[in-house]
Design a binder for this molecule. Structure first.
Ligand code: ADP
Ligand code: ASP
Ligand code: MG
Length: 444
């Protein structure tokens, strides 16, 4: 079985949904489809949940009304039979009714997740109905029955497999299964999410669980580009990436992939293809255990980084000191992304600041603290990058912008720079020029 994931823009209109139908119909064999919400819908639901949190009633009715119109318009365009259309709209109305009742409950994390994941529930139902209307047999699954993910960073795909297999063995034989992306049940069996953009992660968790022959992630761009196309002109798609390269790029901000997307498949050797729903013939990117060439491949940037410097001239490099520092982060389950040390100071970065106050209070026992917010990690990636002579040009950036930290040699395939976010776009553009200008470019 293959897993095919379609993102928000791929299911954002009747025309793109028809493209999706063509894409799945052109591929023989059993398929598990993972679908996001229509583009823009999760953002509206975030707005709705925020209003509930602040106890503001006003936006609730208008957001629900807009969601009804958007989904009803889609149904009108996709399903021409009046009675079938009515049936589908009635079901969407029920889902919106549940959403309305959820918004009336006291806000908590589960209420939030129930609100946020409603877009996927509506869209998968409409898509499944559309296929049925077209005479294409399919089974609509409920991801809440099997996406039991206790540990977000390290999902137990074996457990998901057991739950899913039980469901699949009792379901009608069909070649197309449809599942909602983004949603999960957490360790308390409460509805939760895989965080924004999480449908990519749903696809690879399910792919690993069913040991899929391949995973296809269909979006609005023809593969992973060598730099962020939102900020840099003339970027190009990379045809082949290793799992490690793709994992680094996703983790360090390449928005095309949720940060954790690659981790479930990395040890299972399941290839992941990134493809464009709007130009399916374009090659896209293949992520697998193969490396077609060594050297520089791509640059990405991760925002929202906080840098903490701990300065102490007494015991910094003394035996056991770093252990004590790391124990503080471990206690508050906060991952560290970058580290640099000198004889009298250690600098490190985190992106999760939910326990920052408590972390700082404990760290203050070990030295003088300095905290910088709103920084970005610029990550340059490529197998064997460290040995690639042209990568020294990365450091020419030091002439142009202040760089707060540099991480070199942590692995063979990554060099990272920490800069103030206000310099991010300039750094991405300048690095593009320095590293991918005509004389340096290595064509994939
Ligand atoms: P989907 O809704 O299908 O999940 P996303 O918006 O999450 O799609 O991801 C696709 C977008 O990611 C592209 O439209 C592009 O603007 C952005 N993007 C950022 N960095 C990259 C990159 N390195 N390569 C390709 N796309 C990128
Ligand atoms: N709909 C969710 C979001 O917008 C999940 C996803 O699209 O991957 O974050
Ligand atoms: Mg996405």
């Amino acid at each position: 079985m293959k897993v095919l994931k379609f993102g928000g823009t791929s299911v954002g209109s009747a025309a793109s949904i028809r493209n999706v139908k063509e894409i799945i119909s052109s591929q023989p064999g059993a398929k598990m489809l993972v679908l996001s919400a229509m583009s823009g819908v999760t953002n509206s639901l975030v707005e709705l949940s925020d209003a509930c949190k602040k106890d503001e009633n006003k936006p609730v009715a208008s957001v629900i009304k807009a969601l009804r119109t958007k989904h009803f318009d889609l149904i009108d365009e996709l399903i021409s039979d009046a009675s079938f259309r009515r049936e589908v709209k009635d079901h969407i109305e029920e889902i919106l009714g549940e959403l309305q009742s959820t918004t009336a409950q006291a806000w908590n994390e589960e209420v939030n997740a129930k609100i946020l994941t409603t877009g996927e529930t509506m869209l998968t139902y409409i898509f499944s109905s559309f296929l049925k209307f077209q005479g294409i047999k399919n089974t609509l699954l409920n991801s809440r029955d099997f996406m039991h993910i206790e540990n977000l960073e390290n999902p137990d795909t074996g457990h998901v497999a057991e739950l899913l297999n039980d469901i699949l063995k009792d379901s009608e034989p069909t070649d197309i299964f449809i599942a909602q992306g983004f949603v999960r049940l957490n360790s308390k069996y409460e509805v939760s999410t895989l965080k924004r953009g999480g449908s990519d992660y749903t696809a690879t968790i399910l792919g690993a669980a069913i040991r899929a022959e391949e995973i296809q992630i269909w979006t609005d761009i023809s593969g992973l580009h060598n730099n962020d196309p939102r900020y840099v002109e003339n970027t190009h798609a990379i045809s082949q990436l290793s799992f490690e390269e793709a994992a680094e790029l996703a983790y360090f901000g390449a928005k095309i992939l949720h940060p954790q997307t690659i981790s479930p498949v990395i040890g299972k050797n399941i290839p992941v293809y990134l493809k464009n729903t709007f130009t399916p013939e374009a090659q896209g990117t293949c992520i697998s255990s193969l490396t077609d060439r060594q050297g520089l491949k791509a640059i990405s940037a991760k925002d929202g980084i906080t840098a903490i410097k701990i300065k102490s001239n007494r015991m910094l490099m003394a035996h056991g000191f770093l252990k004590k520092i790391f124990e503080v982060f471990d206690k508050y389950e906060t991952a560290i992304d970058m580290i640099t040390t000198s004889e009298i100071a250690i600098s490190l970065t985190i992106d999760d600041t939910s326990n920052l106050d408590r972390i700082l209070a404990e760290l203050s026992n070990y030295g003088e603290l300095n905290v910088d917010f709103e920084h970005s990690i610029i990550c340059v990636v490529g197998e064997g990058l460290i040995e690639d002579k042209s990568s020294s040009r990365i450091f020419e950036i030091l002439n142009d912008v202040p760089v707060r930290m540099i991480s070199y040699g942590g692995s063979n395939n990554n060099i990272s720079l920490l800069v103030d976010t206000k310099h991010k776009i300039e750094v991405l553009q300048k690095l593009n020029q320095k590293l991918f200008s005509e004389k340096n470019v290595s064509v994939c």
